[in-house]
Design a protein around this ligand. Structure first.
Ligand SMILES: Nc1ncnc2c1ncn2[C@@H]1O[C@H](COP(=O)(O)OP(=O)(O)OP(=O)(O)O)[C@@H](O)[C@H]1O
Ligand SMILES: [Mg+2]
Length: 114
């Protein structure tokens, strides 16, 4: 089992959510987050002063999947839909997941995901 996290542009939220639903992921969690990447934000002119804007609002997805095959599907889908080619498109990363339980049934591991 694998946990995938993706941080993407806010304006890509609807499109990514719909694309993940379309490939039939079994669930997802979404957060509004603040973050910065390699550029450390950007500068903006505010009332004549250059102001450093470090943290930008982003959207974070968390998706649990049962196999590497599903991991690849989710990566490919997000990478395709969240892409603009400009700085700030975001990142996708994944971890090995120790356990999951579906509270209603008591099912664990991959049974709790599928
Ligand atoms: N090293 C990191 N650690 C944790 N979160 C990160 C890291 N890099 C990026 N993020 C998260 O991803 C968001 C988008 O990052 P961003 O796409 O700007 O990454 P980048 O490495 O600067 O790539 P790019 O050069 O395309 O802008 C950030 O706002 C932050 O929330
Ligand atoms: Mg960046």
């Amino acid at each position: 089992m694998i946990k995938i996290e993706a941080i993407i542009r806010k304006e890509k939220y609807e499109e990514v959510k719909d694309a993940l639903s379309a490939i039939k992921v079994s669930g997802m969690t979404v957060y509004e987050v603040m973050g910065c990447g390699a550029q450390g934000g950007y500068t903006e002119l505010v009332r004549g002063n250059i102001v450093e804007i470090n943290m930008l609002p982003k959207i974070k997805f968390e998706i649990l999947v049962s196999s590497e095959e599903w991991e690849k599907k989710v990566y490919d889908t997000i990478a395709k839909v969240a892409y603009t080619g400009n700085n700030g498109d975001g990142k996708i990363f994944s971890y090995d997941l120790r356990n999951v339980m579906r509270i209603r049934t008591g099912e664990t591991d991959t049974e709790a995901i599928n």
